[in-house]
Every structure is written in C-alpha cells, then in structure tokens.
Design a protein around this ligand. Structure first.
Ligand SMILES: Nc1nc2c(c(=O)[nH]1)N[C@H]1C(S)=C(S)[C@@H](COP(=O)(O)OP(=O)(O)OC[C@H]3O[C@@H](n4cnc5c(=O)[nH]c(N)nc54)[C@H](O)[C@@H]3O)O[C@H]1N2
Ligand SMILES: Nc1nc2c(c(=O)[nH]1)N[C@H]1C(S)=C(S)[C@@H](COP(=O)(O)OP(=O)(O)OC[C@H]3O[C@@H](n4cnc5c(=O)[nH]c(N)nc54)[C@H](O)[C@@H]3O)O[C@H]1N2
Ligand code: SF4
Ligand SMILES: [Mo]
Length: 716
C-alpha cells in the first residue's frame, strides 16, 4: 500500500472512531437571503451528510442544497490563490499557485498606486449574486475611499424594481404573502413555485388558496405558480406591462371601484393618472398586450372589489426591458388606487425587522458598511450623469456602462467577489473591457473561464460550510453557524476583505482580519455576540421587539423619519407623477412604451432567464453533476405550434438568433410558453444568451432588455 494511501486510511479510521458531530450553516444555493438552514454531520472536518435544520425559519432544504456537498468536495474547486503568468489576451492565462502574502502584496500595491496616480474612485468594487460578502466589501470600498461599488442587484436584478418602489411609494416592497385578512392576491411576473424557498413561499400561497383567497397571476407563461394558483391568468405579451396595468386601472376608475378618499388625499398626480389611463380601453389593451378584453375586465373587478388585496412582484422579470422603471411603477399604482397600502392583508410597510439592519444582507447594515461615508462621496459616482434618479435613490452604482468607463480611463482596477461576466448583455464587451484594466481580481469557488481568463488574480473562497460570516436573521431572530476548516487555503469572503483592509493600513477598521470580531461589531447593536449565538445554536437568539405592528402609518407619521404624516416622497404622497423623475426631465407618469417590434426576420419574442428549480444562474452545472443530470444542455422552450411551423422536434439542435448574436440550444416544445414567445435560461457558458441581448438600456434604471428582444430559431 502506498504511504499516502495508508495515511489517509488511518485518518479515516480515526475519524470513524471519533463519531459524527453535528454542525449548522445556511444554504447559499440560490444566493437569496435570508437563507435556508442546514444541519450537517461531520467527522473531523469532513462533512458526511446534511439535513434540514429543525425549527429554522426557512426549512426544509431543496435539491440544490443537497448538491452543495458535491460542490464542496468537487475536485476542481479552487484551493489556492492564483495569478496569471501569460499576458492578457493569451489563449491560456497560465495561472500558477501563489501564496496569500504574494496575492495581498499585489492587490495592496496596485490599490496604493492607483489611488496615487488616478484617485481612489478609479477602483471599482463589485459583488455578484452572492449576497453574503457585500457588507465587508462595502466597508472596504468606503475605507479605501472609492464610492464606486456595484453588485448584481444594481446590474440586472432587484434594484430597478426597487427604484420604481422608492419613486412611487417611498419605501421598498415586493409585496407580501396574503394574510388572514386578504381576499385577493395579485402575482405579477414572478414564479415562486420554482424560484422561491420551495415550501415556505409557494406553500403559504397554496394555503391561502385553500382559505378561499382569489388569485390573479400575470405571466406570459403557464408557470407552475399560475398553473397551481390562478383563478384568472393574464398572459401578456412580454414587456407590455404598463399598458396592461393602465388597462386594469382604466376599468377600476371607469366603474368607480377605486378608493376615492385614499386617491384624493394620498396620491400625487391622481388626475393625470386618471387622464392617462382613459385611453387604455380593454380593446386597445388587448391589441397591445394579447390579453383578452374580458379577462382584463374580470381581473380588474376581482382585484378592486375583494378588499383588501395583497400583491407580489418579483425582483426582476418586469424590469428586464427598456421601459423597466415605468413598467414596474405602473403595476405599483394598481394596489395604490385601491387603497391597499399599509392596511392589514394588503401591502404593509413593515416596521424594520431589526434596528440597524434596514434591509437584507443584499444591502448590508448601513453603519457597518459606512454608508454615510459613501453618501458624502456621491459626486464621484460613475453613474451620476447617466442615471440621476437612480443615484438619488440607490447607494450602489448601476454597472452597465462599465465598458465605456473603462474605455474612457475612469476605471483602472476591478475587485470582484462572485464575479460572472455573463451577467452583462453583450458579455464579450465587458470581458474585453475587464481584460484591458491595469488590474483585476476575482474571488470564487471555481475557476470560471468565461470570467477568470480576463483577470490578473483569482482567490479561492471558503464555502458555506467553511465560513462564519455573515450570521442569519429572520424577523427579530438571529442565528450563527459552526464552520469546519476550509479546504486547501480557501478563506472566507469577509476574511479576504478584512485582510486587504488591514494591509491597506486600517487594522482597527478591519478588526485585524478577525471575522468574528467584525460580526460582533454588528451584533453589538443588539447587545449580543457570536458566542451568544453559539450558546443558542439551534434556536437562535431573539431580539426584543417594538410592540405590535401598526397600520395606515401614513396617517400617524409612522412612515417618515421626521414623524410627519405621509410617505417618504417629495410630495409626501404616493406619486403617480414622480416629482423626482420630473426634476430630471424624465416622463413622470408610468407611461407605456411600445417594446421591440417583431419582424419577418425575427418573428418571436425571447424571454430569457425564467428560473428552473435545479439551476441558479451560471452555477450548478459542472460544479454539481447531480444537478447537471437533470438538465445537461441549454433548452429552448417553444410553443408546439411554433415548433411545428419550423419542423422542430424535442431534442433537435437549434440556432437561436437575434440582431445582436447567435447561440446553439436544444429544442423543448412545450405549451408552457405561448405562441410567439420562446425562452432560454441564462448562465450557460456554452450558450450564453446574453450575447443575444443588445446594450440598449432603460433610460431611468439602466436595465437591459433580457425579456424583450425579438428573435428567430432554426434547426441546424
Ligand atoms: N438573460 C438574463 N440574464 C440575467 C437574468 C435573466 O433573467 N436573464 N437574471 C439576472 C439576475 S436577476 C441575476 S441575480 C444575475 C445573476 O448574477 P451573477 O452574479 O451572474 O450570479 P451567479 O452566476 O450565480 O454567480 C456569480 C459567481 O459567484 C460565485 N459564487 C457563488 N457564491 C459565492 C460566494 O459566496 N462567494 C464568492 N466569492 N463567490 C461565489 C459563483 O461560483 C459564480 O462564479 O443574472 C442576471 N442576468
Ligand atoms: N432555482 C432558482 N431559484 C432562484 C434563482 C435561480 O437562478 N434558480 N435565482 C434567484 C434570483 S437572483 C432571482 S432574481 C429570483 C427570480 O425569481 P422570479 O421572480 O420567479 O423570476 P423568473 O423565473 O424569471 O420568473 C418570472 C416570471 O415572469 C414571467 N415574465 C417574463 N416577462 C414578463 C412580462 O413582461 N410580464 C409578466 N407579467 N411576466 C413576465 C416569466 O414568464 C416567469 O414565469 O429567483 C431566485 N431564485
Ligand atoms: S431554496 Fe434551496 S437553494 Fe435556495 S437557500 Fe433554500 S435550500 Fe438553498
Ligand atoms: Mo436576481
């Protein structure tokens, strides 16, 4: 027996004798926070099996979570820092292993040089869909002195909808689940049956249906959410949201079903809105949106007469087009004119769950993130001129003009955690731009050729079983985890950010690289420490509450920090006419804009990125062969009628083309998509759909048309 083999056998026997030990962590399988809870069993530092964390607020876990074990022990995992040895542009970057010291020396050397030569704002800090590193990276950007921090949310996900919410309601909300008081539920452009925590969200919707809550689902596809819940399913032409919403409001006003007292007192621009939607008759709306006039009328009546109504929108589907902000603003006006805002069973403005957090980990606690310092540096933001309304409302930089900023020499270095270049439309333009930088760095679990071949340094990130930060919180309950030793030389994201900050000369701000001390700095807001979380490992620690939830707080002053009645908008009311947009000379009503027209060359509409339960974005493919087995190839969903016209059968190889590019996919004819619409998931390196998306952006939010472009598909 070889010596090494003997040693590993001895080690295995020793571990066997030691027995299994329990541990706890959170799942990062879909990067949504708050996460689901995992209870694991380990022998030494080797995790042997996992199960749901009993009594954790988000439980049980799904297929992707079970596959995290396969990902954790994948032979291709990055285990050491690496630097490229061949010049940029080489077909092989020639990555070689380096020490953490060498990596940090390079990073800190470049950061100090760039600050001296170009100023700190020329370094762009970025975190992709992984939300967990964000607080530590923001603290690093602010302390280094760069205001230019952006993330996946401020590129393609939640922030356009959030901008619409802040402009319209003055507070962020994606709606809420129906409560005992709710009589009707409007679900618009989201499919929680596939994208949400499997039992929590869709399960509660199904329970509400059993209680007799009526459901209106707005989705072009027969999504599992629509299929299982909808009493009325409206199937609009993609990206015609503002017209459909105007059509519903037309009926509500015409039939006098609105909450007149609320409209008169609390909606700024109600007369202009009434005038605007007058033109959107059901017949006209049917022509624009494909939604039969009768269904539109039925839906408007159902929503306005079953009081109160709740609603749920997604993070992104209604903003993946060139009228993103106003499309989403139009949806928001429907519950507003019905008077469903901040009433029980409607759209509550919750009291902040935990003082000092002011949002999820996707944002990070403002104090720890040094948000005030970022705000003071606002005039250096790269997106200041292009997206002024965005800059006024959101602290993260909109990243879609990164290509131009790099070309103009405004960005010299890019420090990314969880960076995926396929997120951007015309991804190759961003790859080339990043390649042309003085310096770039990416922290990841795996070597991703489509991103890492363009950067200078790749650092290995510890996974969810191997890291302490951040802790989790649900409502007023806080939970910690019990990590095992990382594989190889992996380090957790927070540690990397804290160590860079320490080496930049700020050991006190970055706790000398100590992750637990950084967590304790945040936990201190509630007078607890990580040790308290350990002592209450399974049940978590409850932070005493503020008392019972209050409603209609706009009447009592409970919404605005200044204690005055009203909403947090310039008018103090919900704004059908946005005063912020008006100020910047942008159409201030939620106006409809005709989406891209189909042509004889491109007769189909491409809705890219609809989630499936076993893939998240660019992940869960080669990382997790178990999941890849479920879908080894990029599939194009196409209505059987459209397939038949083109002689396409299940499994055929296809070419999918837009004016911007072409990819190869496999056919999946299905009635799930309506005639005239096709769908394909993003994140496939061998068929990156974002190469088909033009760099044409919504002028208010800068969002790209991921769910609007016209296309054609042919057999190859
Ligand atoms: N066409 C089209 N494009 C889309 C969308 C669409 O619907 N259609 N959706 C958009 C949306 S909503 C989103 S959120 C984005 C996806 O956002 P992206 O940022 O593109 O997300 P991912 O591909 O999940 O992950 C990026 C990288 O992070 C690494 N990673 C994962 N977890 C961690 C971690 O904890 N730490 C570190 N350091 N690295 C980690 C992964 O290995 C991966 O390489 O895509 C957007 N792009
Ligand atoms: N399994 C899994 N779960 C995930 C993710 C994942 O990649 N995989 N990603 C996570 C992330 S980052 C996000 S942002 C969420 C997203 O989760 P969801 O909000 O559920 O996103 P989608 O799956 O794109 O579903 C949106 C629905 O909108 C519909 N739609 C498209 N265009 C339009 C339109 O113009 N109008 C209307 N009314 N509907 C339209 C689509 O047909 C689709 O059914 O999921 C999260 N959860
Ligand atoms: S829904 Fe699944 S992948 Fe997402 S956090 Fe929960 S268990 Fe993990
Ligand atoms: Mo997202």
């Amino acid at each position: 027996m070889a010596k090494e083999e003997k040693l590993s056998q001895e080690k295995a026997t020793a571990l066997e004798a030691e027995g299994e030990v329990e541990g706890y962590t959170f799942c990062d399988g879909c990067n949504e926070v708050p996460f689901c809870g995992i209870k694991f069993f380990r022998r030494g530092d080797v995790i042997t099996r996992i199960e749901p964390w009993p009594d954790f607020p988000a439980s049980p876990i799904c297929s992707k979570s079970y596959a995290t074990l396969q990902r954790l022990y994948h032979p291709n995992r990055l285990k050491y820092p690496m630097k490229r040895t061949n010049p940029k542009g080489s077909s092989d970057p020639g990555f070689v292993r380096i020490s953490w010291d060498e990596a940090y020396d390079m990073i800190v050397g470049q950061l100090n040089r760039i600050k001296k030569e170009h100023g700190p704002h020329a370094v762009f800090f970025y975190v992709g869909d992984p939300k967990e590193p964000r607080a530590a990276v923001q603290r690093l950007a602010a302390t280094y002195g760069s205001v230019n921090y952006g993330c996946e949310s401020s590129t393609a996900c939640r922030r356009a909808a959030q901008l619409a919410e802040l402009l319209t309601y003055g507070f962020p909300t994606m709606g809420d689940l129906p409560t005992e008081e709710s009589k009707v539920m409007l679900i618009w452009g989201t499919n929680p049956a596939y994208s949400g925590q499997p039992f929590l969200c869709h399960g509660q919707l199904a329970d509400a249906k059993e209680r007799g809550v009526k459901f209106i689902v707005v989705d072009p596809r027969i999504s599992p959410t629509a299929g299982t819940l909808a009493d009325i399913h409206l199937r609009p032409r993609p990206a015609t949201t503002a017209a459909l919403a105007a059509g519903m409001m037309h009926i509500i006003f015409k039939e006098g079903l609105e909450d007149k007292a609320f409209c008169d007192k609390w909606i700024h621009g109600i007369d202009e809105l009434r005038d605007y939607v007058q033109d959107f008759t059901p017949e006209k709306v049917e022509k624009i949106t494909w939604v039969p006039a009768k269904d539109l009328i039925d839906a408007a009546r159902l929503y306005a007469t079953h009081r109160p109504g709740a609603f749920l929108t997604g993070a992104q589907a209604t903003t993946h087009d060139r009228n993103a902000t106003n499309n989403h603003r139009a949806i928001l006006m429907i519950p507003a004119i019905c008077g469903y805002i901040d009433v029980p069973g409607g759209i509550p403005k919750p009291t902040e769950p935990l003082e000092g957090m002011q949002g999820p980990w996707a944002d990070g606690p403002p104090g720890f993130c040094l948000r005030d310092k970022m705000m003071e540096m606002k005039e250096h933001r790269l997106d200041l001129e292009a997206f002024p309304a965005w800059v006024e409302k959101l602290f993260e930089v909109q990243t879609n003009y990164l290509v131009e900023w790099i070309k103009e020499g405004k960005v010299k270095a890019f420090l990314g955690w969880g960076l995926n270049t396929m997120i951007w439309p015309q991804s190759h333009a961003y790859q080339q731009a990043i390649e042309s930088l003085d310096f770039s760095m990416s922290v990841d679990y795996f070597y991703r050729d489509w991103t890492h071949r363009y950067v200078d340094i790749v650092l290995p990130a510890a996974m969810n079983y191997e890291r302490l930060a951040p802790f989790a919180y649900f409502g007023r309950k806080v939970f910690g985890r019990t990590p095992v030793k990382p594989q190889g030389e992996c380090r957790e994201d927070w540690q990397i950010a804290l160590e860079i900050g320490t080496r930049l000369g700020y050991p006190d701000v970055f706790f000398n690289g100590d992750v637990e001390a950084a967590c304790n700095d945040i936990l201190g807001m509630w007078k607890i420490t990580y040790e308290d979380l350990r002592k209450n490992q399974e049940t978590g620690v409850s932070i005493p509450g503020k008392g019972v939830e209050q409603y209609k707080k706009y009447e009592t002053g409970g919404i605005r920090p200044d204690g005055k009645p009203g909403f947090m908008t310039p008018s103090g009311k919900i704004e059908a006419v946005s005063m912020v947009l008006e100020k910047y000379g942008i159409p201030a009503l939620p106006e409809f804009k005709e989406p891209m027209e189909t042509t004889s060359e491109y007769p189909l509409i491409l809705v890219s990125g609809s989630r499936v339960p076993y893939i998240t974005h660019s992940k869960w493919r080669e990382d997790s062969p178990w999941l890849l087995e479920l879908q080894p190839d990029p599939l194009l969903t196409i209505n059987p009628k459209d397939a038949e016209k083109r002689g396409i059968h299940r499994g055929d190889d296809l070419s999918l083309k837009t004016a911007a590019g072409e990819i190869r996919v496999k056919a999946k004819p299905t009635i799930m998509v309506p005639p005239g619409v096709v769908g394909v998931m993003h994140g496939w390196a061998k068929a990156n759909v974002n190469e088909l998306i033009p760099r044409e952006f919504d002028p208010i939010s800068g969002f790209p048309p991921y769910k609007e472009v016209v296309c054609e598909v042919v057999k190859v």
